[in-house]
Design a protein around this ligand. Structure first.
Ligand SMILES: Cc1ncc(C[n+]2csc(CCOP(=O)(O)OP(=O)(O)O)c2C)c(N)n1
Length: 322
């Protein structure tokens, strides 16, 4: 697939935005500015960037507990994202969602989710809603390889298949569910083989390769938009960091971590862009500069924003009784 230069620049910028957001959030977390947990998306940037790069603005996504990258790739603002992580009133969810529960319906982000596989039912329901409304929206549903073993995965994917729902199941196969290796949890080398059991197309791609992800996602999204039903795209992207910040990964061989880091998807992609004369080193530098400015502004915004008033603690949590 040949892509134009602007698309490559968009992919590079999207991946870098996610990487720099995560690195900066980790620093802020270590400095005690962010409560709770950080499950970083470092190493998985090509997945959200490739999939969201194939979606239309009106399409929908569901994220996971590792969801900052999903939100950024779908077009959410970095400053309000960072403020949400800080628990500030200016955050997307007024600081009440935090790192794992960010949503922005105006961007088509139906929500990240602290419940493993929690988004699969929501995405499938949203796809059913799209079908009933007769609109052409597609839902991309991100989840980890660990989530594939939950019952809701089976129920939702089966339902999407029999009703030909417009949803793409994107498996972020980083090889681990916390400290439990996927190899010990699923007796398959190629996880996309599971798709066969539901009678839907399944494909496995290199999840470090944004172009491969884009190509596979595009085919699946177009199929869904034509009304031909769901697909599964498994993106293999060995986890580059711990499950969460602070995880010492003592359960994992060191060379496994080193191998993942050596393959860094952003480094690989930038080397490819320069070697193929698609973007020059100066053009990459200019994109980096834009991202650095956005990150600096996001941190300043989060630092300077107020915390929500305690009196607002119970607002927006429950549906009002009529
Ligand atoms: C229903 C449920 N069970 C257990 C947990 C605890 N938990 C949080 S993340 C996680 C592992 C998830 O692995 P995977 O789906 O592969 O996503 P990854 O963290 O690798 O991105 C578990 C078991 C949870 N949050 N929700």
């Amino acid at each position: 697939m040949t892509l134009d230069k602007n698309k490559h620049a968009d992919f590079y910028k999207s991946m870098l935005r996610i990487r720099r957001f995560e690195e900066t959030a980790i620093e802020a977390f270590s400095a005690g500015k962010i409560p709770g947990f950080i499950h970083s998306y470092i190493g998985e940037e090509a997945i959200a960037s490739g999939v969201c790069g194939a979606l239309e603005p009106g399409d929908l996504i569901t994220g996971t507990h590792r969801g900052h990258g999903h939100c950024l790739a779908k077009g959410m603002r970095m400053d309000r994202m960072m403020a949400e992580l800080y628990g500030k009133a200016t955050g997307y969810n007024k600081g009440k969602g935090g790192s794992m529960h960010i949503s922005d319906f105006s961007c088509g982000v139906l929500g990240c989710n602290g419940i493993v596989a929690g988004g699969i039912g929501l995405a499938t329901g949203a796809a059913w809603g799209n079908q009933l409304q007769g609109n052409s929206r597609v839902v991309a549903c991100f989840f980890g390889d660990g989530a594939m073993n939950r019952g809701s995965f089976h129920e939702a994917v089966n339902m999407a298949s029999i009703w030909s729902l417009p949803v793409v199941y994107v498996v972020e196969a980083n090889g681990w569910g916390i400290s439990f290796s996927t190899r010990n949890a699923i007796n398959l080398v190629d996880l996309s083989e599971r798709a066969k059991a539901y009678g839907i197309p399944g494909v496995s791609v290199d999840g470090y390769d944004v172009m491969a992800v884009y190509e596979a996602a595009k085919a699946a999204i177009e199929r869904a938009r034509r009304g031909e039903g769901p697909s599964m795209v498994v993106c293999n992207a060995p986890r580059m960091r711990g499950h969460e910040e602070g995880d010492p990964q003592t359960y994992r061989p060191k060379d496994d971590i080193d191998k993942a880091k050596k393959n860094d998807p952003i480094k690989r992609y930038s080397e490819f862009l320069v070697a193929q004369s698609i973007l020059s080193k100066d053009e990459l530098k200019a994109i980096k500069q834009q991202v650095e400015e956005e990150v600096a502004q996001a941190i300043k915004f989060a630092d300077e924003s107020p915390y929500p008033n305690p009196e607002e603690a119970l607002q927006d949590l429950f549906v009002e009784e009529k």
